[in-house]
Write a protein that binds this ligand. Structure first.
Ligand code: GTP
Ligand code: MG
Length: 204
């Protein structure tokens, strides 16, 4: 599946400003600078649809993109960005968590983690919270062009081991790189399948 049309819809500071929840929605989340906006651009085949920055903390609002007139992709701000004030971090955190828990058309959340690092405490805590709230999610390992597959396999093995300490069934995983389109087919294929499974759910 290739995306034919991707259009920015709006940026929202909170859940109640988001577009009407009348289409399937898929959101990208993860620590600041992990590559959420880059992955959205890669998947859509567009360089500057979502704003990217070398500096963490670029995306500050909930950004909706309408894909092929049928479903939404959502670019969220990163969590755990140390350089903003504590009160701002708390505001972001509240906004993100309220969106995730209450957005009724959210079909799946993509949790991005940097493929170069061991499992990080705040990523694991965030996933635990998703589990507690029964939010379906998939893990995406990003920036894999920066490491060899042997290096990644080591990280991946230790990641799975760590996850198994608290998860009976591990969530699905994808490998990705926005630089060389790794993961595009898998992620889009998964979304396509989920959209098909929804059938007429969103039709009025
Ligand atoms: P915030 O909006 O600040 O939370 O960041 P983000 O998660 O949206 O990250 P963004 O896509 O803005 O990318 C952050 C930096 O990482 C940029 O300099 C990107 O060019 C770089 N980057 C993102 N994905 C990849 C990748 O797959 N490979 C490489 N080599 N660099 C990447
Ligand atoms: Mg971003």
């Amino acid at each position: 599946m290739e995306i034919k049309k991707a259009a920015f819809v709006k940026s929202s500071a909170q859940l109640k400003e988001c577009p009407k929840a009348d289409r399937p929605e898929y959101a990208f989340i993860g620590r600041s600078n992990v590559g959420k906006s880059s992955l959205i651009n890669m998947i859509c085949g567009r360089k500057e649809l979502a704003k990217i920055s070398g500096k963490p903390g670029k995306t500050r609002l909930i950004n909706h993109f309408l894909i092929d007139e049928h479903w939404y992709l959502v670019d969220l701000p990163g969590y755990g960005y140390a350089k903003v004030s504590k009160s701002m971090r708390e505001t972001f955190d509240k906004m993100i968590r309220s969106y995730i828990r209450n957005r009724e058309n959210l079909v799946n959340l993509y949790v991005l983690v940097d493929g170069r690092h061991e499992a990080l405490k705040n990523d694991l805590e965030f996933m635990r919270w998703l589990g507690e709230n029964q939010i379906p999610f998939t893990i995406v390992f990003t920036k894999l062009d920066k490491i060899s597959s042997a290096e990644f396999n080591r990280t991946f093995t230790s990641y799975k081991k760590k996850m198994k300490e608290e998860w009976e069934d591990l969530p699905p995983f994808h490998r990705s790189s926005s630089k060389n389109e790794l993961g595009k087919t898998d992620i889009l294929g998964e979304i396509h399948k989920l959209n098909l499974e929804l059938g007429d759910h969103f039709k009025t």
